[in-house]
Design a protein around this ligand. Structure first.
Ligand SMILES: Cc1cc2nc3c(=O)[nH]c(=O)nc-3n(C[C@H](O)[C@H](O)[C@H](O)COP(=O)(O)OP(=O)(O)OC[C@H]3O[C@@H](n4cnc5c(N)ncnc54)[C@H](O)[C@@H]3O)c2cc1C
Length: 290
């Protein structure tokens, strides 16, 4: 199928982009990398009157450290999440997750803003924003605001972004030297969406975990934090007994549904396997460092 015909505008400022959206009476879509939107247009799952190409808005680009925060423009591409040295130093979890997102051609065009604004619960980057405690900068008609990741993902494909608003940037707390992070996912084939995925950031200053943030993807309508499991880990050393306790606690955090492909019990089992592997990996890092 082909997309329905549409008009096309290419604003260079956020103000112009939002004005174009208003002028289209809401019958418009923003397009960034187009890696999700273009297939949706071709299948006529979406048929806007107007496409507003936001890829040339300078305010939405750039990667910069601002004190204890890393500011990532929403137009930062997936490939930069892997290749950029500042991201590797300040937000290493993004680098670990990036190779698991789709294929190189998609990673060259797709933006972090597009991935997080879309909020597919099977996507890697939205869950990593949760694990890193990122804040999303959103521009609306009354100015801009920052929304913590914990309040950003609201339901299936629903976020704190209102129609016509733009996700402008991510503000990510800069990882400290004592932070350890890990990411992995279980998928049928490399490059496929994951059956279950997990990213974590643990603060381990002197052998014991003082802070834990763990986020799962593909286990519910939104990316999910495993708060009970985080509480089990906090104050503990990552030995086998604690890892087993954390795996048991995960049942209080995740309540996956049967989806016709993977039974709920199997998805929870796979999430526990993944959690155990990642914690063992980080436990090994701590032992090596000691
Ligand atoms: C074959 C294939 C495999 C894929 N595999 C994966 C995978 O394994 N993991 C994964 O996470 N993704 C995967 N994807 C999806 C893809 O990587 C991302 O969803 C995509 O890159 C999103 O970014 P984009 O810039 O291309 O967004 P676009 O397609 O341009 O836009 C996506 C949506 O977000 C909105 N939007 C974009 N930017 C903004 C903004 N700044 N503010 C507000 N709204 C905005 C658009 O209006 C649109 O609704 C796959 C895609 C394909 C085609």
């Amino acid at each position: 199928m082909k997309a329905r015909s549409f008009s096309y505008v290419r604003p260079t400022t956020i103000t112009e982009a939002m004005a174009a959206f208003a002028a289209a009476g809401g019958e418009a879509s923003y397009i960034a990398g187009g890696q999700s939107l273009v297939p949706a247009l071709a299948l006529r799952l979406q048929a806007p009157d107007c496409l507003i190409d936001i890829a040339h808005i300078a305010e939405m680009a750039g990667i910069a450290r601002q004190g204890e925060w890393l500011r990532l423009g929403a137009l930062t591409r997936h490939v930069d999440a892997h290749d950029d040295p500042l991201i590797a130093a300040c937000a290493p979890l993004l680098r670990l997750a990036a190779p698991h997102v789709a294929h190189p051609a998609i990673r060259n065009r797709g933006t972090l803003g597009g991935s997080v604004a879309l909020a597919d619960p099977a996507s890697e980057f939205p869950a990593m924003m949760l694990a890193m405690g990122a804040e999303m900068e959103i521009a609306g008609p009354d100015g801009s605001r920052r929304v913590p990741a914990d309040a950003f993902f609201q339901d299936l494909y629903q976020t704190a972004i209102e129609p016509g608003e733009l996700l402008v940037a991510f503000h990510i707390p800069v990882a400290k030297p004592h932070h350890r992070c890990a990411f992995d996912e279980l998928a049928r084939r490399r490059g496929d969406y994951a059956i279950v995925g997990c990213g974590m950031m643990l603060a381990i200053p002197e052998g014991a975990v003082t802070e834990a943030r763990i986020a799962f993807l593909s286990v519910g309508p939104t990316p999910l934090r495993a708060r009970t499991t985080e509480a089990v880990l906090t104050g503990s050393r990552l030995d086998q007994a604690v890892i087993r306790q954390a795996q048991t606690a995960l049942a209080d955090d995740l309540d996956p549904a049967d989806d016709g492909h993977v039974p709920a019990a199997m998805r929870l089992h796979l999430a526990r396997v993944l959690l155990g592997r990642l914690l063992e990996r980080l436990g090994g890092c701590v032992a090596e460092a000691a």
